[in-house]
Design a protein around this ligand. Structure first.
Ligand SMILES: Cc1cc2nc3c(=O)[nH]c(=O)nc-3n(C[C@H](O)[C@H](O)[C@H](O)COP(=O)(O)OP(=O)(O)OC[C@H]3O[C@@H](n4cnc5c(N)ncnc54)[C@H](O)[C@@H]3O)c2cc1C
Length: 331
């Protein structure tokens, strides 16, 4: 690990001001950043520990949004009564991630900004455009079973690892920040992540030194919601495919509304808007749900080792909506 200087921020403004120091990085739970520093993938010159900032509250706004502080732990987020009641897909997504010990330490802001698990990103002896812009991508011709089939480019096919972000995509969350050139702003999660293109090292539209202070959840859309994660082990594994889905049916069992986001398959948490639109008005059943899976994966491109994710994702989408429809019909 490279040597670095360290400070513990005492308030938000001080943290943002310190972020102007050369090579400065925020550290929250440290469960991702420290691992990357140990293998010298990340080499910050200065760490700003934000873990003691007063950003640990979950509160309801007069408009009915739920605001989640950036330092709310994954454990506290998933256990919060309002989250469990109104956003069960989010609670499920979070408890499906990592392990209990990690969730106790990991924070909401850190989860959104965790880096890919592509093995070539972690292996400094291999080429990776995300780690070293212009170096090349070893995953394209390499062991690419875990990589993305949606949103990739010839520079990068690394999959986005976060479960939480997939649910937040379906729930249309907003990321609230302090610092940066605007002094702070609200960024719709749809505009937060970037496709790799030829700059895969830039993963979000955050500016250097911009601090996430909270995540706002609008009131949930009508319908039942869930999160389903398919992975190699029953726990403590990243998604091969995950699905965050919301289904609303009318009295004739036709689809009144649907939301769909996927994890494990995209270079960013993947919202499937066309699939959602295609379902509206359709009779709830296998035909409509299979079509949703097909539309969601229409632009997918496998690279050999990850080809299996395409049919798998189609089936997981269809099964997840079928499960929601059954649950709705049972009342
Ligand atoms: C073994 C293992 C298994 C895991 N399995 C899963 C899994 O199945 N699913 C899943 O989703 N995740 C999984 N994770 C990842 C885990 O969820 C993340 O490591 C964690 O959420 C990161 O949060 P943190 O607070 O520790 O972030 P840190 O490591 O502190 O920071 C991560 C990044 O975010 C930046 N950052 C942190 N907070 C802020 C802020 N408020 N504003 C601006 N920048 C900030 C840091 O500078 C850093 O770049 C796993 C991790 C491990 C180690």
């Amino acid at each position: 690990m490279k040597a670095f200087t360290f400070e513990r921020a005492t308030d938000v403004d001080a943290a943002v001001a310190s972020s102007a120091k050369p090579g400065a990085r925020f550290i929250a739970g440290g469960t991702n950043l420290l691992d990357l520093m140990k293998v010298e993938v990340e080499k910050p010159a200065h760490l700003i520990d934000i873990s003691r900032l007063p950003l640990r509250d979950i509160a309801e706004t007069p408009e009915g949004d739920l605001t989640v502080g950036a330092l709310v732990s994954n454990t506290d987020l998933a256990a919060h009564p309002k989250v469990r009641e109104r956003y069960p897909m989010l609670a499920r997504a979070v408890v499906n991630g990592a392990s209990a010990q990690l969730r106790n330490q990991a924070t909401t802001g850190g989860n959104l900004l965790q880096r890919t698990r592509c093995p070539y990103f972690y292996d400094v002896a291999k080429s990776c455009n995300k780690r070293t812009p212009g170096a090349g991508c070893s995953a394209l011709q390499g062991i690419n079973r875990m990589t993305a089939v949606l949103g990739g480019s010839d520079a990068c096919i690394a999959a986005h690892p976060s479960d939480m972000a997939v649910a937040l995509m379906a729930l249309e969350a907003t990321i609230e920040t302090k610092g940066g050139s605007k002094g702070g702003r609200k960024i719709a999660i749809a505009d937060f992540y970037r496709l790799p293109g030829d700059t895969p090292h830039r993963e979000t539209n955050l500016e250097p030194g911009e601090l996430i202070v909270s995540v706002a959840l609008p009131p949930p859309p009508a319908g039942q919601q869930t999160y389903r994660k398919v992975r190699d082990r029953a726990s403590y594994a990243f998604a091969l495919v995950s699905v965050a889905a919301i289904l609303d049916l009318d009295a004739d069992k036709r689809v009144r509304g649907a939301r769909l986001a996927l994890g494990g398959v995209g270079t960013m948490p993947w919202r499937a808007l066309d699939a959602e639109k295609g379902m509206v008005g359709a009779e709830a059943g296998d035909k409509a749900f299979a079509a949703a899976g097909a539309v969601a994966m229409a632009g997918a491109r496998g690279r050999g080792g990850n080809d299996f994710k395409i049919p798998l994702a189609k089936r997981v989408v269809a099964r997840t909506f079928a499960g929601l429809a059954t649950s709705i019909s049972k009342g």
